[in-house]
Design a protein around this ligand. Structure first.
Ligand code: RB5
Length: 155
């Protein structure tokens, strides 16, 4: 199965809920498979760390290869997701940063801000992210450093 044939896991808190629903429609139109990690209904008491950890753990375990995660700004969700080992969550606001997050960082979670990311740009950001592939090489060494906590000499 190619990378893009795997379902994308998508999740948000309440502040990302509307954009999450918009993205689900977009993915459906494009026949891009996805699964829902929540929140399934708008609920103002949602806490972004919970959905971020839930989604990130399913990426970390290998159950899903890629996720799209949202909160209001994308900041809290990315902070939370990046605490889970093996997760490289990239908060991207343009197609170019989304593309570079794949090429150089092998990002496995795309993070968007439901209240701040331009809705018009969201399809382009997602396309750029899905179409780009990790370049490996020197970037492989660097992403390995991310998971080797405490073992890297500082200059
Ligand atoms: C929720 O009000 C908001 O704080 C949250 O969605 C997110 O933007 C946090 O970083």
């Amino acid at each position: 199965m190619t990378e893009n044939a795997h379902p994308i896991l998508i999740g948000s808190d309440h502040a990302g809920y509307e954009m999450k629903e918009f993205i689900k429609q977009y993915l459906s139109q494009k026949n891009i498979p996805f699964e829902e990690a929540g929140t399934a209904q708008y609920d103002e008491t949602d806490d972004y760390p919970l959905v971020a950890f839930k989604l990130a753990q399913k990426i970390s375990s290998g159950e899903f290869q890629r996720g799209i995660l949202l909160c209001g700004t994308g900041i809290g969700a990315s902070i939370a997701a990046n605490r889970v080992k093996g997760v490289r969550a990239a908060l991207c606001s343009t197609p170019e940063t989304a593309r570079m997050s794949r090429l150089h960082n092998n990002s496995n979670v795309l993070v968007l801000g439901g209240r701040v990311t331009s809705r018009e740009m969201v399809p382009q950001i997602i396309n750029a992210w899905l179409e780009a592939s990790f370049e490996g090489g020197r970037h492989q060494r660097r992403i390995e450093m991310l998971d080797s906590s405490g073992n890297i000499a500082t200059h």
